[in-house]
Design a protein around this ligand. Structure first.
Ligand SMILES: O=C(O)CCC(=O)C(=O)O
Length: 362
């Protein structure tokens, strides 16, 4: 038997270096500089995290995915492979509309620690990503997050960091995030389209991977240029985590990163806010003194086209590889015009959305 199959943790390579309380700032800055990340063990107070976890599990239970919303002893009865299917998207849309999940953007601990880290107040970007990662059979490897650099998606201030927070226990077997320590020093690597329609880069082979098992309360922060990915969930549990992005308040923010018209998973921000009780949490970024900058699309073009005219020309020339870009542009395109044209092009090709695009697993 392949030893990796018995011990999936060995696929992660090394172990992430961890920092324990009182999480010295000087050490965090040093590790961010040298390795591109730091991992704070037991950093976050747990009540809000457990409330967010329980709210997500309640949605999964209501949707018939698990036998009980109790995190201690649910069994999975319906699993989804990726966010491409309409049913799973509907679940994710419910999750990104949970007020308790949005509360995680406003954690006092997060703001005070990172304000000290950067030496100025921080801005937590409104776009966040809750991950609901089911254990899926070995043939469906494409359900994992493939290697990428966050800057390719969000651009803006080079100093922004990704904050990865487990919302439940997350062992190695549950397929947590993994990092390529030191890769933040390689600059922006050439990107290409991944099988899920996102952006991916080659993992710099000389860098290796490192990961860890995570517990509730841990917080992993990493550089916007650090290559990162996940591995496959080979456990019998659902991996629940959330990733946020934060940066110094004075830095630039791409307009297209702000949910003025679109949010995530096809939900508009107004839909996400519909059941909110706390009015002041809505549109909080509109009250922040942001340095907003414009680009056509948040992703720097390094290797494949991101503007609709070129994509259309490539499609007309029979290059189907650019097709998965259309759902992204239909959802995240910078202007209404771009979004509508991308949606129309998809329709012309008989695609309702990403679920109709043939992404072939390895
Ligand atoms: O949690 C994952 O699967 C990947 C996380 C990620 O890509 C991110 O935090 O940007």
């Amino acid at each position: 038997m392949n030893p990796d199959a018995r011990h999936p943790a060995t696929r992660y390579g090394g172990q992430l270096t961890e920092l324990l309380a009182p999480w010295p700032q000087i050490e965090c800055r040093r590790q961010r500089e040298v390795d591109g990340y730091f991992l704070l063990r037991g950093f976050l107070h747990q009540p809000l995290l457990t409330q967010a976890r329980d709210a997500i599990l309640a949605v999964l239970h209501a949707e018939g995915c698990i036998t009980t919303p109790d995190h201690r002893d649910y069994r999975i009865v319906k699993a989804y492979a990726a966010d491409q299917t309409p049913d799973f998207r509907a679940i994710l849309q419910r999750v990104v509309s949970l007020e308790i999940v949005h509360e995680l953007l406003h954690l006092t601990q997060l703001h005070s620690f990172f304000s000290e880290f950067y030496g100025e107040p921080v801005f937590v970007m409104p776009a966040f990503c809750p991950r609901i990662s089911f254990p899926i059979g070995p043939k469906k490897l494409w359900t994992i997050t493939t290697p990428h650099q966050e800057y390719g998606y969000f651009g803006g201030d080079r100093r922004f960091m990704v904050i990865w927070i487990p919302l439940d226990e997350c062992s190695h077997e549950m397929g947590p995030v993994r990092l390529a320590p030191g890769s933040h020093k390689r600059g922006l690597l050439p990107m290409r389209l991944s099988r899920q329609g996102g952006l991916e880069v080659d993992h710099p082979k000389d860098m290796g991977w490192a990961s860890a098992g995570f517990k509730l309360g841990d917080l992993l922060a990493f550089d916007s240029h650090l290559v990162h990915a996940s591995t496959q969930n080979v456990s019998d549990r659902i991996r629940l985590s959330i990733d946020l992005r934060l940066q110094p308040l004075g830095g630039s923010v791409l307009r297209s990163s702000l949910p003025t018209t679109h949010f995530i998973y096809g939900t508009s921000i107004e839909e996400a806010y519909r059941a909110f009780r706390q009015q002041h949490r809505k549109h909080y970024w509109l009250r922040a003194p942001l340095n907003i900058v414009d680009t056509e699309f948040p992703r720097p073009a390094t290797g494949f086209p991101l503007d609709l005219d070129t994509i259309q020309a490539r499609l007309n020339a029979g290059d189907g590889r650019v097709l998965p870009l259309l759902p992204m542009l239909a959802e995240y395109g910078a202007t209404q015009d771009v979004r509508e044209r991308a949606a129309a092009l998809l329709q012309e090709r008989g695609c309702r959305g990403p679920e109709d695009i043939d992404v072939v697993p390895d």
